[in-house]
Design a protein around this ligand. Structure first.
Ligand SMILES: *[C@@H]1O[C@H](CO)[C@@H](O)[C@H](O)[C@H]1NC(C)=O
Ligand SMILES: *[C@@H]1O[C@H](CO)[C@@H](O)[C@H](O)[C@H]1NC(C)=O
Ligand SMILES: *[C@@H]1O[C@H](CO)[C@@H](O)[C@H](O)[C@H]1NC(C)=O
Ligand SMILES: *[C@@H]1O[C@H](CO)[C@@H](O)[C@H](O)[C@H]1NC(C)=O
Ligand SMILES: *[C@@H]1O[C@H](CO)[C@@H](O)[C@H](O)[C@H]1NC(C)=O
Ligand SMILES: *[C@@H]1O[C@H](CO)[C@@H](O)[C@H](O)[C@H]1NC(C)=O
Ligand SMILES: *[C@@H]1O[C@H](CO)[C@@H](O)[C@H](O)[C@H]1NC(C)=O
Ligand SMILES: *[C@@H]1O[C@H](CO)[C@@H](O)[C@H](O)[C@H]1NC(C)=O
Ligand SMILES: *[C@@H]1O[C@H](CO)[C@@H](O)[C@H](O)[C@H]1NC(C)=O
Ligand SMILES: *[C@@H]1O[C@H](CO)[C@@H](O)[C@H](O)[C@H]1NC(C)=O
Ligand SMILES: *[C@@H]1O[C@H](CO)[C@@H](O)[C@H](O)[C@H]1NC(C)=O
Ligand SMILES: *[C@@H]1O[C@H](CO)[C@@H](O)[C@H](O)[C@H]1NC(C)=O
Length: 537
């Protein structure tokens, strides 16, 4: 329905001068640079203004002076020869997207859309570099506003609408047209790669724009978005400011509490390596850390602090007990304590409630309570919640979804992903075996929010988490194999680099299991060998 609503805004001139120009000039590396130079003036897209097109050779360290400073990407190395095209597309009379298309000279016939993060506002140049280096005609857009802040939603709901769904969809419709015009033939298969807000955008496409992609790779998705925003904000009233008696100093989270969690739960996967393969199994309680009469405050907790920790690891509920969002999974506390239990409000919650929910720039995140959770879920602007459980449109057209979530995620609880999977299973009346046909979900242990972490976190989800192009070790190439060869991934193998540093070489690999299975050490043999682990129900 939304497709119909917006497709009339985007009218293209598909034939004409450009098509005949392309026919006169055969595809060749020689002609690529001049073809690139001329495309900007030839492209005709309704409601669009093309800024420029430029040929960029492999190895260029591209300077991005116009990119908003808060996006913190002043440069991007371009790994393969591309034609870079930048344009603006109006999405309403008071909003629009800035987007880029990176068109590789060695095109595979594949199209790829990248996504965004947080409440931004930032073209993910590193993802444009990654996709184009693998031969995808790759697009990225700014989600309707520049910079990381959600302040732009203030007083302009069209910008919020771009953020909720319209930026990605518009970028895809325009991007496919650009691809066809530039190469002189339509893309063969269309892919999506995103994490966090980008993961939500992938599911939004699956739920509302199933024609947009053949293969969607969605990591750590920010789905149940209104409720996630409540969850993210609910820690501050629990933890309190740094001077309050409920507050737990960050160093205690990363040492005392983290060790206690490992003591209680690390062996649940039959191997003590500081990594929880399935934190959902860990029913952690901090009560054992309560100080005795003579204890020293750096190796125990007061009763109030014990309560804080236990509340942090409890689900977010409304005052009448309905679930808003699952608990934070144990294992992520070292980083979570720095960014989310740090005695300060979570900025995205503050901005979202002020500018998207209440239109009240004085709303105080310290007062957040159940009424706010309910208001956010009820107002749910532009259905940003992204929680439809019926994915039959995706299944019916043969499209596929690979969903993954890091099990050390300190921002978006990894327990929300199985909740969505179960919701789809229930809504569609399908068992996991039946869902496997088009929708597979992987729990990626030892992985922080979208990457990094203590374990085998490199699965090819982005250019910096790249270990191999082998589909068994690269989730994007696994999707390509599934779509183009019909080979679906059974596991996704992650790589752990020594000291977490790629240049130091591989420490070990681990094959992450497909939900609802979880990974377990067999009990003998080298635990650094993939084959000494198994996926168990
Ligand atoms: C790219 O250029 C920037 C700015 O000059 C520099 O800081 C950065 O190290 C360069 N990157 C590479 C990989 O050369
Ligand atoms: C957003 O940034 C782009 C450059 O990346 C710039 O062309 C555009 O004017 C900016 N838009 C606004 C509203 O500042
Ligand atoms: C702007 O408004 C006019 C008149 O209502 C409409 O025809 C046009 O499509 C709008 N432009 C965009 C980009 O929405
Ligand atoms: C072009 O891509 C193909 C694989 O798609 C690869 O085999 C070939 O080496 C690439 N050529 C160049 C010049 O990068
Ligand atoms: C850059 O982003 C910030 C935060 O989103 C925003 O306040 C600012 O206006 C932006 N600057 C420009 C020049 O667009
Ligand atoms: C505690 O810290 C908050 C902000 O961090 C401050 O506003 C408040 O005045 C402090 N309270 C006391 C009693 O020091
Ligand atoms: C955790 O609690 C659940 C629910 O009470 C229970 O089914 C499960 O066995 C517990 N797990 C462990 C490892 O004790
Ligand atoms: C408290 O415990 C910490 C950590 O175990 C230790 O470094 C410190 O010396 C102890 N302080 C006292 C007063 O015992
Ligand atoms: C938002 O609040 C401003 C200032 O109070 C007001 O002018 C505006 O009409 C409000 N917008 C909406 C959509 O309620
Ligand atoms: C939440 O706080 C507001 C005031 O900030 C109050 O009006 C409301 O009753 C509270 N809701 C609950 C459930 O306590
Ligand atoms: C969101 O929270 C509301 C309560 O505020 C709850 O009724 C609803 O089921 C939740 N939805 C999702 C998708 O989590
Ligand atoms: C190992 O990683 C830490 C931080 O992640 C860093 O400070 C240290 O220099 C690294 N060591 C080596 C040998 O790279």
């Amino acid at each position: 329905m939304m497709f119909t609503m917006w497709s009339h805004l985007l009218l293209f001139n598909a034939g004409g001068a450009l098509a005949s120009a392309l026919q006169r000039r055969p595809m060749s590396t020689d002609g690529f640079d001049s073809k690139c130079a001329s495309v900007a003036s030839q492209l005709q897209i309704e409601h669009a203004t093309v800024y420029f097109s430029e040929y960029i050779t492999a190895g260029t360290n591209l300077s991005l002076p116009d990119n908003n400073v808060t996006c913190a990407i002043p440069n991007q190395v371009v790994p393969k020869d591309i034609c870079r095209l930048a344009l603006y597309v109006a999405t309403s009379n008071r909003s629009g997207i800035n987007m880029e298309a990176w068109l590789p000279s060695n095109w595979t016939g594949r199209f790829l859309s990248t996504g965004n993060g947080g409440l931004g506002g930032c073209i993910q140049y590193e993802d444009l570099a990654y996709g184009s280096s693998l031969g995808f005609a790759t697009v990225g857009a700014n989600n309707g506003h520049n910079g990381t802040s959600g302040g732009a939603f203030n007083g302009n709901s069209d910008i919020l609408e771009d953020f909720a769904y319209r930026s990605i969809h518009t970028g895809v419709v325009v991007g496919k047209q650009i691809t066809q015009n530039f190469y002189g033939s339509a893309h063969k298969k269309s892919y999506y790669l995103g994490c966090s807000t980008g993961g939500r955008q992938g599911f939004k496409s699956a739920q509302d724009f199933p024609e947009d992609f053949d293969g969607i790779v969605a990591g750590a998705p920010a789905i149940a978005f209104d409720n996630l925003t409540s969850y993210s904000g609910h820690f501050y009233p629990i933890v309190g400011t740094a001077n309050s008696s409920t507050f737990v100093p960050t160093n205690l989270w990363s040492t005392l509490i983290h060790s206690d969690i490992m003591k209680q739960c690390d062996m649940l996967d039959n191997y003590a390596d500081g990594i929880l393969e399935n934190p959902s199994m860990c029913n952690y309680t901090a009560s054992g850390l309560l100080c005795g009469s003579s204890s020293n405050s750096s190796d125990c907790l007061t009763q109030e602090q014990v309560n804080t920790v236990n509340q942090v690891f409890s689900p977010t509920l409304t005052s009448d007990g309905s679930l808003v969002y699952p608990r934070m999974q144990p294992g992520s506390e070292a980083l979570a304590s720095l960014i989310i239990y740090n005695g300060a409000p979570w900025v995205y919650t503050t901005e979202f409630f002020r500018y998207a929910i209440y239109n009240d720039s004085t709303w105080d995140p310290a007062t957040m309570n159940s009424t706010d959770y309910e208001n956010a879920a009820r107002i749910n602007p532009f259905n940003i919640q992204t929680w439809k459980g019926d994915l039959s449109a995706v299944q019916n057209r043969g499209a596929k979804i690979l969903h993954w979530h890091g099990q050390m995620d300190s921002i978006i609880s990894s327990e929300n992903s199985p909740r969505y999977y179960e919701h789809v299973s229930e809504t569609m009346g399908k068992s996991p075996e039946e869902l496997d046909d088009f929708y597979r979900f992987f729990r990626v242990s030892g992985t922080e929010h979208c990457g990094m972490g203590d374990g085998a976190s490199s699965i090819g989800q982005d250019i910096s988490s790249y270990a191999s192009l082998d589909p068994s070790e690269n989730i994007l190439m696994a999707m390509v194999d599934w779509i183009e060869k019909g080979v679906a991934p059974e596991t996704v193998t992650g790589t752990r680099f020594k000291n977490g540093t790629q240049s130091l070489g591989v420490e070990y690999k681990r094959a992450h299991c497909r939900y609802p299975r979880s990974n377990r050490y067999k009990g003998q043999g080298d635990p650094n060998s993939v084959e000494n682990w198994e996926c168990v129900e």
